[in-house]
Structures are given as C-alpha cells and as structure tokens.
Design a protein around this ligand. Structure first.
Ligand code: NI
Length: 172
C-alpha cells in the first residue's frame, strides 16, 4: 500500500466526470488499497479515486470512529436506486477542501447498487452519516463538490481562501 497525493480545490480535475470501471482486477484492488491508506492517513471518512487524480468510479468509505474496529467499504461503479424524501443535515468537510466545513442537506436514506472488491454485484441501504458520506462521495464521480450546494458568494469565498493557501510559500 502507498499513500497518494490528494488533489485540492481549485483544480479542474475535480470537476471531471469519472469513468465506469470494466471488471475488478489487481490494478483496481491495489488502487483502492492505496486510497484507503491515503484516507486513513488524512483522517477522512470517504475518498473518491478522482481525489487522487484517477478518473475511475471508485470510492472507499469508513465511518468507524477512533478505537472502533475498522470497517472499510469499497464501492465500484455505484449507482443510487432510491433516495428518501426525508432529508437530514450534516456538517460536511472534504479532503479536497482542507479546513472548510458547511452544513449540507441531503436525502436521509439512500439505496445503492455497486460492485465490491471481489467483482460481485451488491446492494446497500444506508442511513445517517453513512448515507450522507455515500452521496458526498458519489457527487465526486460527477465532478460535484459540497460547496456547490452553497450560495455563489460563499462558494467563491471558500475557493479564494483555498487559492491563497496554495500560493503562499510552504511552511517547513
Ligand atoms: Ni469530498
């Protein structure tokens, strides 16, 4: 396993649409292992392949906390088959938007189909934080970031802040 570099906003790559994966082989498994290690290293609960610069419809998620047993979920070519009308609000962050957080409203429950790490078709019904996390990560596959749900003003303020951060000299 290896830790990969996480791409941060502003970066045009984050706005690309990821491509479906044809079959699950060693390459996909290695990439998802790297993604999981990268996500744990950054203290994240979800990561899409595009965030490490790879335009594939792959997602890793683990919402287990601190001392709890790790519980990684690997989603390949996920698609949502149902979303509840009921919504919930969570404060979201994103490894591609370091230091930025906002309350985002999304469907409270979702059901999805996906292929697992062994190439098997699966279905998953999610609620609570997991449902929010899945929908946030699936947005990445469409080139959507959580800041897109904010007002134009708030969004441009965040992007400005992140641009400044990028152009300031590295503190070593
Ligand atoms: Ni994100």
């Amino acid at each position: 396993m290896a830790i990969r570099t996480i791409i941060t906003e502003p970066n045009k790559l984050l706005r690309q649409i990821s491509k479906p994966v044809n079959g699950v082989g060693k390459e996909e498994q290695k990439l998802m292992d790297d993604m999981l290690e990268t996500m744990y290293d950054a203290n994240g609960i979800g990561l899409a392949a595009i965030q490490v610069g790879i335009l594939k419809r792959l997602i890793v998620i683990d919402i287990s906390k601190g001392e709890e047993k790790k519980n990684p979920i690997f989603l390949i070519n996920p698609s949502i088959v149902h979303q509840s009308k009921k919504t919930s609000v969570y404060e979201e962050g994103c490894l591609s938007l370091p230091g930025q957080f906002a309350e985002i409203e999304r469907p409270a429950e979702c059901t999805l189909k996906y292929v697992d790490l062994n190439g098997k078709q699966k279905e998953l019904k999610a609620e609570g934080l997991l449902a929010t996390c899945i929908q946030h990560e699936m947005d990445h596959l469409e080139g959507i970031l959580f800041i897109d749900y904010l007002s134009k003003l708030k969004r441009s303020m965040i992007i400005k802040k992140l641009s400044k951060l990028k152009s300031s000299p590295a503190k070593l």
